[in-house]
Ligand binder design. Structure first.
Ligand SMILES: Nc1nc2c(ncn2[C@@H]2O[C@H](COP(=O)(O)OP(=O)(O)OP(=O)(O)O)[C@@H](O)[C@H]2O)c(=O)[nH]1
Ligand SMILES: [Mg+2]
Length: 427
């Protein structure tokens, strides 16, 4: 926050000089100082000394007003030019890019139009991967297919493993040739999807796959699998164009840090989206300077899932450890923290289905309901901050829900603006 501190220092220096010629010394207060050296002289006193003094006072005030105005304009220009720098951090699959998509929808000039066509392929890949994961799950759990004729379909889907791997590492707008090489063949991808459609539809309608979906855990299934599997006819249409909701639901791993500029109610934000996988976290550090605010994303629904990179670790425990290292980082001492406890829709569904939080967090002894369990997790996260005075603003979010996110973004903007003003000495 170097420039901000600089601004504060400059504004502190001006009134001292002015006060020496008789103007109030508190920054921003430019009233004529009542305790002047010539105190005692009444307004009817017309001695030349007083007249000169009054003229000087008026002049001093005019100068001080002009300086003050110039400073204010300078501060505003600087803030506008630089914008508030905001990082969206957190582990993989917690919803960072989804929040960014919502910001594009709400404040971007073109919404999600720029990427709309590209997401057609992402939706197709997400749908194929979802059915592939279910087919493997069914085999592993020895669940029989309801209709024997679907065995051929199952084999078709499972044969795709190698091909899908080649196509499945996708990230939009990447400059990395090793990765972009894998996603260049859009037509082949679409053809592959269209060939698969009959198999996907037949299998999704089969009770064996439905049972797998409901009962088998650790399927490595995306949260949005059901959404796309129920939309196969629509997304397989030759004229299919992804809707905003499709794009919000679609999953693409972020591999490179990207910067996006938004104007939110008159404030410019430079927002950085990062890749959350462990191997990508080393690329975060170069962006840690002069950060005004951090949104730290947590997938609350991951409380019963193992960590992707280390099966022995609980995903939420790993997320807490990451929050600990970010929240206590020396470069973020004056950074505002916004903690988004996300995916509350899935979290709530899991609780309603009878999944016990204390099975994964044995120290939790409270009731297995939404208010108590969310309070517990919020407490666990806030406990990670060593500086107990540090303000962390928590929001329980459903990042794919545009209406909920709109309200939250407005609240976040208000908080960031207020804290920014405080830090720059404007409040
Ligand atoms: N149901 C539900 N799905 C969500 C929510 N937030 C995000 N998702 C979905 O979760 C998946 C992962 O979200 P992303 O935004 O790509 O996750 P990320 O944190 O950017 O992941 P990386 O880029 O790998 O770091 C996407 O399919 C989203 O649609 C939520 O609140 N509820
Ligand atoms: Mg992402």
């Amino acid at each position: 926050m170097e420039p901000t501190a600089g601004i504060g220092g400059a504004s502190g220096a001006i009134p001292i000089g002015i006060s020496s010629i008789g103007v109030g010394s508190s920054p921003g207060s430019l009233s004529i100082n009542a305790a002047q050296p010539h105190s005692g002289s009444s307004s009817s006193n017309t001695s030349p000394v007083t007249l000169v003094s009054r003229a000087e006072q008026r002049k001093a005030k005019a100068v001080s007003d002009a300086i003050d105005k110039a400073l204010r304009l300078d501060r505003e220009r600087l803030q506008k030019e630089r914008g508030a720098k905001l990082l969206i951090l957190g582990p993989s699959e917690t919803g960072k890019t989804t929040v960014l998509k919502q910001l594009k929808l709400m404040y971007g000039r073109k919404g999600l139009d720029v990427e709309r066509q590209t997401y057609r392929r992402v939706v197709h890949l997400n749908t194929m991967k979802a059915m592939q994961a279910l087919s493997y799950g069914l085999q592993r759990a020895n669940i029989p297919l309801e209709h024997a004729e679907n065995i051929a379909h199952l084999e078709t889907v499972m044969r795709l493993e190698g091909t899908l791997k080649r196509y499945s590492v996708t990230s939009i707008g990447l400059a990395n040739p090793a990765i972009s090489r894998k996603i260049t063949d859009a037509k082949a991808e679409t053809d592959m999807f269209l060939e698969m459609v009959p198999a996907i539809k037949a299998l999704w309608a089969d009770n064996g796959i439905q049972q797998t979906f409901r009962t088998v855990t650790n399927l490595n299934l995306q949260d949005t699998a059901k959404y796309f599997l129920e939309s196969v006819d629509r997304v397989a249409d030759l004229n299919y164009i992804p809707t905003d909701d499709d794009i919000l639901q679609a999953r693409v791993r972020t591999l490179a840090v990207s910067e996006h500029v938004f104007n939110i109610d008159g404030v410019t934000y430079r927002i950085f989206d990062v890749g959350g996988q462990r191997s990508l976290r080393k690329y975060w550090a170069p962006y840690f300077d002069d950060v005004n605010a951090i949104i730290f994303m947590v997938a609350l629904s991951a409380y019963d899932q193992p960590c992707e990179e280390d099966e022995r670790l609980n995903r939420l425990e790993e997320c807490m450890a990451l929050f600990n290292s970010i929240a206590n980082h020396k470069l973020f001492e004056v950074t505002s923290f916004l903690l988004f406890l996300n995916k509350i829709d899935i979290f709530q569904r899991k609780l309603e289905a009878g999944s016990l939080v204390m099975r994964y967090f044995p120290d939790y002894r409270g009731p297995n309901d939404y208010p108590s369990t969310t309070m517990y997790f919020q407490y666990r996260f806030l406990q990670q901050c060593k500086d107990t005075a540090k303000q962390v603003y928590t929001h329980f979010t459903h990042a794919t829900d545009t209406n909920q996110m709109r309200v939250i973004v407005i609240a976040v903007n208000t908080i960031v603006q207020r804290l920014n003003l405080q830090n720059s000495g404007l409040m």
